[in-house]
Design a protein around this ligand. Structure first.
Ligand SMILES: [Fe+2]
Ligand SMILES: [Fe+2]
Length: 385
């Protein structure tokens, strides 16, 4: 496909999906102003918080617009946390709302009553910021993952199996163990099948609300890379390689500090060097496993390389850059631009593709034209919303 048809294709992509722009909403009912302030500060960069000092006021507001999670003080005014929970569970819109209870002391009676009202997470004050963020993230993700039950079986399996493997990989990396490639490959079977059946929009739509950005980005790269490969004539094992390569291409980022990974502003030179090191870290992790195919290693090693040699880590130039790496580079940039981040709105697909069209020295333009056409075809088939 030539440049002019690519331009026509990209000009018609304005209706392609943009992910949800706003931050995830968390409500807080806390009686102590100082704890309230600590919670606000802790959540500021990650969630949109709504603070309440009284249960009644909070329930009216939450019933209008349910948050993803409620943080509830055991002493919430006016009649304590249990009274709030009882009112909450009698509201249709809030009966399943995930709640994290905040305790001043170990209160066995409160815990027992709250458990009966569907609470299973309790944090004792003072709690660490990371503990609070982890508890909220777990709750958000359980809610998102429960909503996957309703979607079409192959696409549901693609989400459930990849998130399971991704979480397992995260644990194995922190233990220094090898990545079981067979598990990665098996988890990508439903994704490859969904793409082969041209039925994958539920995967992209339903991963959006997940609170593990690394997983969301990796699954989006895996999905777009598989769609791209399928359109380019790749089949079977080759599609498996693209899907698996997409899923593990950034696993080295699991070792990059949170503050660098999620920094809203510009990175300093030192931070940028730390960020770039994720490619080398990924290589080290993948080298622990003998059975990882060469194609997967190339995607992980070369997805930040550019045709003009300005990429990293090797500065590979022109024809020395593998075709899989050229595809991965296009998909990685597209996904990063259109991903939702806590600090930025997702860019519409049309704008992302127009920006990428100007990267003439770095990206493989015939492949970018094909990728643009692939997205447009999927949109026209209603395979993308
Ligand atoms: Fe990367
Ligand atoms: Fe990436």
């Amino acid at each position: 496909m030539g440049e002019s048809s690519a331009a026509t294709a990209s000009s018609r992509l304005d209706a392609l999906p943009a992910t949800v722009a706003k931050k995830i909403a968390v409500c807080v009912i806390e009686s102590n102003p100082r704890v309230q302030m600590d919670i606000s500060d802790s959540l500021l960069s990650f969630y949109q918080t709504f603070q309440f000092t009284s249960g009644g006021q909070a329930i009216d507001s939450m019933a209008q617009r349910p948050p993803a999670v409620l943080l509830l003080d055991e002493l919430a005014p006016p009649r304590g946390g249990i009274a709030v929970l009882q009112s909450l569970r009698s509201e249709e819109a809030l009966k399943d709302l995930p709640v994290v209870c905040l305790l001043d002391r170990h209160n066995a009676g409160f815990i027992e009553d709250a458990k009966r009202l569907g609470v299973d997470t309790f944090l004792r004050k003072p709690f660490k910021r990371s503990t609070l963020l982890g508890a909220i993230s777990d709750k958000v993700n359980s809610g998102v993952e429960a909503s996957w039950e309703k979607i079409e079986p192959v696409q549901k399996a693609a989400l459930q199996e990849t998130v399971g493997v991704f979480n397992k990989i995260s644990d194995l990396i922190s233990e220094g163990s090898e990545i079981p490639y067979k598990d990665v490959q098996d988890s990508c079977d439903p994704l490859v099948k969904a793409v082969h059946n041209q039925c994958f929009s539920d995967i992209l739509t339903n991963v959006k609300g997940h609170d593990n950005y690394s997983y969301v980005h990796s699954l989006r790269v895996a999905t777009f890379l598989t769609i791209f490969g399928h359109a380019a004539g790749f089949r079977d094992d080759e599609l498996q390689t693209l899907a698996s390569g997409g899923l593990v291409h950034d696993i080295g980022k699991m070792s990059i500090p949170h503050e660098v990974l999620n920094k809203p502003g510009r990175l300093t030179d030192d931070e940028w060097n730390v960020m770039r090191s994720h490619v080398d870290i990924t290589q080290v992790i993948l080298k622990r496993s003998d059975e990882i195919p060469r194609g997967v290693r190339i995607i992980a090693e070369q997805h930040h390389e550019k045709l003009d040699g300005t990429g990293y880590p090797h500065g590979i130039i022109g024809k020395n850059l593998n075709e899989l790496a050229r595809m991965a580079s296009i998909v990685d940039i597209f996904s990063a631009l259109t991903d939702r981040r806590v600090y930025k709105d997702p860019m519409p697909a049309e704008k992302a593709l127009l920006i990428m069209k100007d990267m003439t020295d770095g990206l493989d333009m015939p492949l970018l034209s094909l990728f643009t056409q692939v997205l447009l075809d999927a949109k026209n088939r209603d395979a993308l919303q």
